[in-house]
Design a protein around this ligand. Structure first.
Ligand code: NAD
Length: 477
């Protein structure tokens, strides 16, 4: 297997991920053999299949699924539709998934899939055929299943593609009662969970909010605490970028710049995220948004004035050639691998605080885990306890009113009495996960001067947890 396939002219993404891993591995106590076992990709499946385009014309499609680590099952990771998909990329993304799941205590190994197509060039019917065929290929080789390997949305895919995957799998396995758990990110009607679509962006928001809440860390980079008034630039107004920008805006941050692949826009007084989204939908371009300055080429947007930069598009966006021009004080890696190792070195010298991908965008897999749990339990979260809890809280409020002789107004009562719905539980689980994981990795960094970055701390956190699961089996004495 050739692991040195180049992801771009600059660098191999997989090599970068392994480089980050090795840097962290050196700072742990584990033997080389164990570190190698944690580091290497277990299996890669490359698929070639034809689809009929027009009349008698066929096109050959190339696709992949990489399963990085089976230390926990099922393995999990998104499916990407993009022309950038190649073996190197899926292996890098699968490895990142292993470490990401460990950082946020999601009990899965890592995987990733991809189909090398530009989805914009195909009709919906063609995309459905491609997705169903890809799923059938995964089924043939046992690369999908609720106990084996569970895909999810990634760049270029969403709930629609996940519904096709679930439906195909269920047709092949009508006898499997847990078949809906073969994929996550599905529409609610197909067994999806409320809050999954926005989960990665919401997780990015929780991460950013937690980061800026720590006075000691903000002082070091010359910022005040809190999101209010912080200037933010987002690259990529897709699923992750849009939701991250929206939640940040709702918490008082100013989204001063948004970059898409056709160009970027900037307004120092802030852009309304929903209006920009609608504008792009109506006009097919983000450019010429009222009150904003057009920025071209789009990557120039990364270099504009802001406090927080959120790359939420693809890997290798900040590299040796532009890292020096970045003005942000904090970079939150919503995308996977947006910084090359060279860029990170330059940015660290500039005192930029980098919130690494394997923590920052883990909200998606966290809520995917909740969806999988829902599929296995065959019941909506909150269904059993909601009414019971409401009745208990109502009694409590009534007793308080009686004892105090004072009455609460209707809105106060509603807040106190409401039992949790599915979305409340999902968001609460996500918030708990993102906040806890941040303090875990920050504590690892603070414990030792040799751990210089949150990225290294995150890899150490992941390595510790994965190593423990091998050591518990006595495989590595
Ligand atoms: P998406 O396809 O919904 O959106 C990506 C957006 O980026 C698109 O609108 C695209 O036009 C834009 N884009 C592409 N190249 C660009 C460029 N050079 N400059 C500016 N914009 C550009 O994809 P997504 O699901 O939002 O994923 C984005 C990133 O987040 C990927 O790295 C993905 O691996 C990562 N991620 C996604 C999830 C998830 O739940 N979807 C979870 C974890 C990580």
């Amino acid at each position: 297997m050739n692991t040195a396939i180049k992801n771009s002219d600059h660098t191999s993404f997989y090599k970068n991920v392994l480089g980050f891993f090795d840097k962290a591995g050196m700072l742990t106590k584990y033997p080389k053999g164990l570190l190698n076992q944690i580091r290497e990709t277990n299996s890669v499946y490359r698929i070639i299949f034809p689809i009929r385009t027009t009349g008698k014309n066929y096109e050959v499609i190339e696709a992949f699924r990489a399963e990085h680590s089976h230390h926990k099952l099922p393995v999990k990771g998104g499916i990407r539709y993009s022309l950038s998909v190649n073996q190197d990329e899926v292996m890098a993304l699968a490895a990142l998934m292993t470490f990401k799941c460990a950082v946020v205590d999601v009990p899965f190994g890592g995987a990733k899939g991809g189909i090398r197509i530009d989805p914009k060039k195909y009709s919906e019917a063609q995309l459905e055929r491609i997705t169903r065929r890809y799923t059938a290929e995964l089924i043939k080789k046992n690369f999908i299943g609720p106990a084996i390997d569970v895909p999810a949305p990634d760049y270029g895919t969403g709930a629609r593609e996940m519904a096709w995957i679930a439906d195909t799998y269920q047709q092949f396995h009508p006898e499997q009662i847990d078949a809906a758990g073969c994929v996550t990110g599905k529409p609610i009607s197909q067994g999806g969970v409320r809050g999954r679509t926005e989960a990665t962006g919401r997780g990015v928001f929780f991460a950013a909010r937690e980061v800026v809440s720590i006075a000691e860390d903000m002082k070091k980079i010359g910022l005040t605490t809190g999101l209010d008034g912080k200037k933010v630039i987002v690259q990529g107004l897709g699923n992750v970028g849009y939701h991250a920008a929206k939640f940040l805006q709702n918490s008082g941050a100013l989204i001063v710049g948004i970059a898409e692949y056709e160009g970027a826009i900037y307004n120092k007084n802030g852009l309304d995220v929903d209006s920009v989204f609608q504008h792009r939908k109506n006009r097919n371009t983000i450019l010429n948004f009222k009150g904003a300055k057009n920025i071209k080429p789009t990557e120039k947007a990364l270099e504009l004035n802001c406090d927080i930069l959120i790359p939420a598009a693809l890997e290798n966006q900040i590299h040796a050639d532009n890292a020096n021009k970045i003005k942000a004080k904090i970079i939150v890696e919503a995308a996977n691998g947006p910084l090359t190792p060279e860029a990170e070195e330059i940015l660290l010298k500039k005192n930029v605080l980098i919130i690494p991908d394997l923590y920052a965008n883990a909200g998606g897999v966290t809520v995917s885990y909740f969806e999988w749990l829902k599929n296995l339990s065959h019941v909506r979260f909150g269904r059993m306890e909601k009414r019971y809890e409401e009745a208990t809280y109502r009694t409590l409020v009534n007793t308080m009113e009686e004892l105090s002789g004072k009455s609460l107004n209707e809105s106060q009562k509603k807040t106190l009495i409401n039992g949790p719905s599915e979305i409340d539980l999902v968001n609460s689980g996500l918030e708990e996960t993102m906040v806890t994981a941040y303090h875990e990795i920050r504590a690892i960094m603070k414990r030792s001067k040799r751990v210089e970055t949150l990225r290294t701390a995150s890899y150490i956190s992941a390595i510790n947890k994965i190593a423990e699961s091998y050591l518990a089996l006595g495989i590595f004495p």
